[in-house]
Every structure is written in C-alpha cells, then in structure tokens.
Ligand binder design. Structure first.
Ligand SMILES: CC(C)(COP(=O)(O)OP(=O)(O)OC[C@H]1O[C@@H](n2cnc3c(N)ncnc32)[C@H](O)[C@@H]1OP(=O)(O)O)[C@@H](O)C(=O)NCCC(=O)NCCS
Length: 118
C-alpha cells in the first residue's frame, strides 16, 4: 500500500501459492493518480520484500488487453509464460518474475531464448 499523505493511492494484494512462489492477485492505483509513478515504486518495494522473505518467483495473471499492467510488469523484468482460460475471468496472460538472476539465466537457457536488452 502506498499513501499520498493519509490517502491510500496504490495497493497490491497477493498470497503464497507454493513455498517459493508469491502470486500477485490484484493491485491498482486510484484513477486520478495513474501514470504518476505510484505503482512502479510500490512494485519495487514489494519485490525486494518478497526476495528478503525467501521467495524465488512472483506470478500474476492479467486480461490480455490490459496494456498498463502488462507493460509495467514487462519493464520490471516479468516475462510472459502462458495464456490460461479461467472459467471466471476468461483468457488471462500469465506472467512470472524470477527474483534471482541465476534462476532467470536458467530459464532463458532452458528455453534457448536469445539475449535481449532489458
Ligand atoms: C496498471 C496500473 C496499476 C499502473 O499504475 P500507475 O501508477 O499508473 O503506473 P506507473 O505510473 O508506476 O507506470 C510505470 C510504468 O508502467 C507503464 N504504464 C503504466 N500505465 C500505462 C499505460 N496506461 N499504458 C502503457 N504503459 C503504462 C509505463 O511503462 C510506465 O512508465 P512510464 O511512465 O515511464 O512510461 C494502473 O493503471 C491501474 O490501477 N489500472 C487499473 C487496475 C488494474 O488494471 N490493475 C491490474 C489488475 S491485474
């Protein structure tokens, strides 16, 4: 949760889905405060905290046309790892971020991904 004074502006909520994975269930920024760099620092703070707790990967699912969250997470080092059909929400893009560089390298080698500028 991030505050502007005493007003809550940005939040993220999630839970452990297995001993090394934290699932980001939902998050948002108040409509009048979007595109003002509230969510990016909130993510950075949460990701650092999750890493300190011992998590190795962070996952999430998003509607395919939600450019704002997809672009934000791609720019924070998440990758797309699939598309799922959820009977409640329809098609969702699945994303994952490896919190440790060696695991990200292993993932890239396993799928023979070529190097890209981040
Ligand atoms: C997605 C959301 C949380 C982004 O929050 P935000 O505070 O506006 O994001 P930030 O200002 O921190 O943006 C950081 C980066 O994300 C990307 N981004 C954010 N909003 C974007 C948009 N509308 N279109 C494209 N890129 C966007 C940009 O790369 C941006 O960096 P830049 O400002 O240098 O271009 C906000 O739009 C929101 O609350 N949306 C509705 C709720 C929602 O969809 N939540 C996710 C549910 S899964």
């Amino acid at each position: 949760m991030a505050f502007d004074g005493e007003t809550p502006v940005a939040w993220i909520r999630g839970q452990m889905s297995d001993p090394v994975t934290f699932y980001l269930q939902t998050g948002g920024v108040r409509p009048g405060n979007r595109r003002a760099r509230w969510m990016k620092p909130t993510y950075l703070h949460l990701l650092a905290y999750l890493e300190r707790l011992g998590y190795e990967r962070v996952t999430s699912r998003h509607e395919p046309d939600n450019a704002a969250i997809l672009i934000l997470q791609l720019r924070l080092g998440f990758v797309v790892d699939g598309v799922v059909l959820d009977e409640r929400f329809g098609p969702l893009v699945s994303m994952v971020k490896h919190l440790h560089p060696d695991q990200r390298d292993e993932y890239r080698q396993r799928f023979r991904l070529s190097a890209h500028d981040q």
